[in-house]
Write a protein that binds this ligand. Structure first.
Ligand code: GLY
Length: 394
């Protein structure tokens, strides 16, 4: 194994949007930072629709309530984050304050949306109940069968591909060093993480290593079992259609619904792209786009917006969401000194990018995880020691 002469303060393994924002923010704090990834800016961001849906993706449960706080905080930081990133790089991120309309197609959906509305209200979130007719007045392409909906003017969108490109550029401008290779394994010395070995055998030293490899985060060799991130891939197939100028504006905001139990969303971009997603499949590392997946998305989207079948279908793709055991991200130091995690963002990676970058840079620079990120420490998954039985103790 050869050694590079210079080490870094921080080495980020994984150059998706979470790894990139961590590196950018760390470099801004004066930390010498490097990123290891064969294709920085690739990964799930190339597939994601980019909904910033803190309010419309609200679910029940205690964990979800805790996650809601993080989601809402990240949404609050988005306008300033997007403006800063745009200004630093001169790049347009496709950030669009367009709002979202969540609609119901039958009485069960309507009951579910009513419950969601009550929960949003209880959580202090802004949303407005609309009749089916009011929904169609807002979005005339909606099907006559739409029975009602929730108007959420605060749930916006960003183009994740542009976001990823801008984060690579911002990192480069901030002096982040890129190693465009796979990390082969973590190096551990004197009971702490000390860097990684790259696929070509080069060793990179660092005072702190951040594992931010999305769904691959649990697969880096050399990471001791007890600190290996418990993330698994959840496949999402996503379609991209194009709205010809004669049909524009096809939709003026993000439209979503739960159709046959699955989350369906249509995200219209200013450039005429219409993103339709997504399946949710537990199939390991498979990223095949299937006829069934495309069929189901188009069938459900057609039920919601019949005119969609007139549009050119320009791209089909599948990505892998990094899902943790409680569906919430895993942020901060592990039990292994020098090893930190920024992964497990599941359905909220794009939304959580600003708060993740800020939180990770803070803990890297100061050693303390900020208040907002504390519930998401990796230590919450530490094995609880089994109670000592009477027989064992005598
Ligand atoms: N946040 C949308 C999805 O994961 O499909």
């Amino acid at each position: 194994m050869s050694r590079t002469s210079e080490g870094s303060d921080v080495l980020v393994v994984g150059g998706g949007i979470i790894g990139l924002v961590t590196a950018w923010r760390a470099a801004q704090r004066g930390l010498r930072t490097a990123v290891v990834d064969p294709e920085p800016g690739g990964g799930a961001a190339q597939v994601a629709a980019g909904m910033l849906a803190a309010v419309t993706e609200l679910h029940y449960g205690e964990t979800e309530q805790t996650l809601l706080g993080l989601n809402v905080e990240s949404a609050r930081r988005y306008p300033a984050f997007a403006a800063e990133l745009s200004e630093a790089t001169g790049l347009d991120l496709g950030y669009r304050a367009c709002g979202t309309l969540a609609v119901a197609l039958d009485s069960d959906d309507r009951a579910h949306l009513r419950e969601l509305h009550a929960l949003q209200h209880k959580s202090g979130l802004d949303s407005e109940w609309l009749s089916g007719r009011e929904c169609r007045r807002l979005e005339p392409m909606l099907a006559p069968s739409v029975r009602g909906g929730l108007r959420v003017d605060g749930d916006h969108q960003i183009d994740p591909r542009r976001l990823a490109t801008a984060l690579v550029a911002a990192c480069e401008l901030a002096g982040v060093r890129f190693h465009r290779q796979w990390a082969e394994r973590l190096t551990v010395a004197r009971e702490g993480a000390r860097g990684v070995v790259l696929a070509d055998g080069t060793g990179l030293d660092a005072d702190q290593v951040v594992l931010a490899g999305g769904s691959l985060s649990g697969r880096l060799a050399g990471v001791p079992d007890d600190v290996l991130p418990p993330v698994r891939p959840v496949k999402g197939q996503v379609l991209r259609l194009t709205v010809p100028k004669v049909y524009a504006p096809f939709l003026s905001r993000t439209v979503r619904a739960v159709v046959r139990g699955g989350n369906l969303y249509l995200v219209p971009r200013v450039n005429g792209e219409l993103v339709v997603g997504a399946t949710s499949e537990e199939l390991g590392w498979d990223t095949t786009v299937t006829a069934g997946g495309v069929y189901e998305l188009l069938r459900d989207a057609h039920e919601l917006v019949p005119g969609i079948t007139e549009l050119p279908l320009t791209e089909t793709r599948a990505g892998l969401r990094p899902c943790s055991p409680d569906n919430a991200p895993i942020l901060g130091p592990t039990a292994l000194p020098g090893l930190l995690l920024a992964t497990g963002h599941y359905r909220n990676g794009v939304l959580l990018t600003p708060v993740t970058g800020d939180s990770m840079a803070h803990v890297l620079a100061t050693g303390a995880l900020p208040e907002v990120a504390r519930p998401f420490t990796p230590r919450r998954f530490d094995a609880v020691p089994a109670p000592v039985s009477v027989e064992q103790s005598v």
